[in-house]
Design a protein around this ligand. Sequence first.
Ligand code: NDP
Length: 400
Amino acid sequence: MGKVLIIGAGGVGTVVVHKVAQNADVFTEIMLASRTKSKCDAVAADIKKRYGVEVKTAQVDADNVSDLVTLFKKFQPKLVINVALPYQDLTIMDACLEAGCNYLDTANYEPKDEAHFEYSWQWAYQDRFKKAGLTAILGCGFDPGQTGVYTAYAAKHHFDEMHYLDIVDCNAGDHHHAFATNFNPEINIREITQNGRYYENGKWVTTGPLEHHKALNYPEIGPKESYLLYHEELESLVKNYPSIKRARFWMTFGQEYLTHLRVIQNIGMARIDEVEYNGVKIVPLQFLKAVLPNPQDLGENYSGWTSIGCRIRGIKDGKEKTYYIYNNCSHEAAYKETGMQGVSYTTGVPAMTGAYMFMTGKWSGAGVFNVEEFDPDPFMEKVAESGLPWHEIVDGDLEL
Ligand code: NDP
């Protein structure tokens, strides 16, 4: 039980506030802080109307450690949920250490001037969090997050040894825009335009961007072309499950989306370096974000489903076994409940669930943790009752 501070009033932050407000017996005081306070106030007003729960709001620059420390010392949260951008992970972790707060996020650190993400920067905080007796929970959205918990659940209940892991992420929804990204466009486009990478026999194999693809069947959805990408949870999962021989990540994209993406790249709008325009320095990708549809506004006309899960092959009782665990989430249902689309919803619900695990003492320990290091069982129970039920297919065809 205790106070929680959510940083970032975007699509994911809005869902997290809904979900913590629905669990106000555990999250006894709630604050939402972000760069633009008016966005926090609008969310707080909606929450008050829907649930009668008070949400405090504040303006904060999460790139500025002393700004953050001042806010943390004033509000004194037990846990800070970081759903701003991956650029702010380290400043928020620094401020948590200085003010004595615990930490949770949904995406690993990425420097602004380099489209590159890895856990080393945040794992380097291990000793400092341990020494301070504080907990940092990394990557607790859906992917990373729920996918790590699914893998931990599979390891605990279904396998003696896991050998092949494929994480499959399908968005079969339609937002009725020619081109839009489902979460922050800058982060999204940086992620999918870089080289692909997967793990095989102890080594990382690099591929061209979106070079490998194949049609995979998603339950209740059907076949969708799926593209091999690098995704951050692969790094922690192969470290925490050394029996894994191969780990890959696949995401679906429609042809229309890929054509737009190719044009964006070809005309230089995906560049992340500064260019001079009319005497002002601008970053083309940041400018593009300003003119694209805001992911938070996609919900209203979004139809269809997301389907994300883990397909695992390994050994149980001396025999080969396959296991597919997944969630299907309806964009319409997500919008009805929170005013946000399914991608924000599937990220925000596991973030609240991880926070709930921490607040209720079910996940604990001093140091920096990836989600698969904790007991998956209480998380699985809570996340299912919070809107993301899961399904299993045992000994089916994994297609991979
Ligand atoms: P949005 O862009 O919608 O929201 C980000 C919010 O952070 C905005 O309200 C923004 O403020 C605020 N913000 C940005 N910079 C600062 C700053 N310096 N100080 C204070 N506030 C700041 O992004 P999403 O909600 O879509 O994504 C949030 C996070 O979730 C991202 O880190 C993303 O990578 C992650 N994510 C994780 C997924 C997973 O499954 N693990 C999936 C999807 C997203 P303003 O409103 O003023 O712009």
